[in-house]
Ligand binder design. Structure first.
Ligand code: KMH
Ligand code: ZN
Length: 272
């Protein structure tokens, strides 16, 4: 089996310090959390930017500062910038970080109810995001919140707007999206073309069981405060790294080696 790629989604756009006081928000906090996650075994960080008061932003300059601080700390982790931003942001706002030419960025291939809100991704915006990523040499990760989004993603690959090697990430358990159950994960995996690379980001209590399944099935794992702020029922996680470290231990017990960032670049075909 291929080595396990662990992505750490450090902060997201919706979680607050009220939800977990250990949430990294400023570029300094995010860079520190990224280094701890790398040291614990993550090979990709999925990044969202915030203003210093915690408000989500897609400002390219804030992302540039986060990237600068991560690299200044000697961290070689793969940087994956969000184009999802926060619900309600315009497409023009959301696409900005791709102009920084990160190694990876997310591309959600459909709309989904998101709690009381709607995470809107029109067909025209999705195609535009894919083209801009292509022009800037950025590898998309296809964010799949429900099964119909797989078909939309495959259509983009067929059109030549997304490379065939682009990995899929199943975000499961968002209220409004596909539930975070083992049966639903198997359904998503079986809905992919043979050989497609995938990871799973289970929301809340779905995080750990779905991660364990992914390790066994040959998929990859995303953990982190964006999707889950708890370590176990009623106990908040101390850090993103703590969640990564548990996945590394599980992988070891189950006999799956964990990829370094260099190995993850090789697996994903990232040559920057
Ligand atoms: N914040 C969510 C509405 C992504 O990063 O690409 C969307 C999201 C997806 O987090
Ligand atoms: Zn995100």
């Amino acid at each position: 089996m291929e080595k396990l790629i662990i992505t750490c989604a450090l902060s997201g756009a919706e979680v607050t310090k009220q939800d977990n006081p250990n949430l990294p928000v400023t570029p300094e906090e995010i860079a520190k959390a990224a280094l701890e996650a790398r040291e614990a075994g993550a090979s990709i960080v999925h990044l969202h930017a915030r203003q210093n008061d915690g408000t989500p932003t897609q400002d390219k300059e804030v992302y540039a500062e986060i990237m600068r601080q991560i690299r200044a700390s000697g961290n070689d982790i793969i940087l994956q910038l969000s184009t999802g931003g926060a619900v309600g942001m315009t497409a023009d706002e959301r696409i900005q970080p791709v102009l920084l030419q990160p190694e990876m960025a997310t591309l959600t291939t459909g709309s989904v109810n998101f709690g009381k809100d709607v995470f809107l991704n029109t067909p025209a915006d999705i195609e535009r995001f894919a083209s801009i990523m292509q022009q800037h040499g950025v590898l998309p990760e296809l964010e799949i919140f429900d099964v119909g989004m797989i078909r939309n993603a495959l259509a983009l690959i067929k059109k030549g707007l997304v490379p065939e090697r682009a990995p899929f990430d199943f975000v499961m358990g968002v209220p409004g999206g596909i539930p975070g159950t083992p049966r639903d994960l198997l359904f998503l995996v079986e809905s992919l073309p043979k050989g497609a690379r995938w990871s799973v980001a289970g929301v809340g209590r779905a995080q750990l069981p779905l991660a364990a399944m992914a390790i066994l099935l040959g998929g990859n794992v995303r953990v982190g405060f964006e999707d889950n702020v708890y370590y176990e029922k009623g106990i908040l996680a101390e850090s993103n790294a703590q969640l990564v470290a548990r996945i590394v231990r599980l992988a070891k017990e189950l006999g799956r080696d964990v990829a370094t960032p260099t190995e993850a670049r090789e697996i994903l075909g990232i040559h920057s």
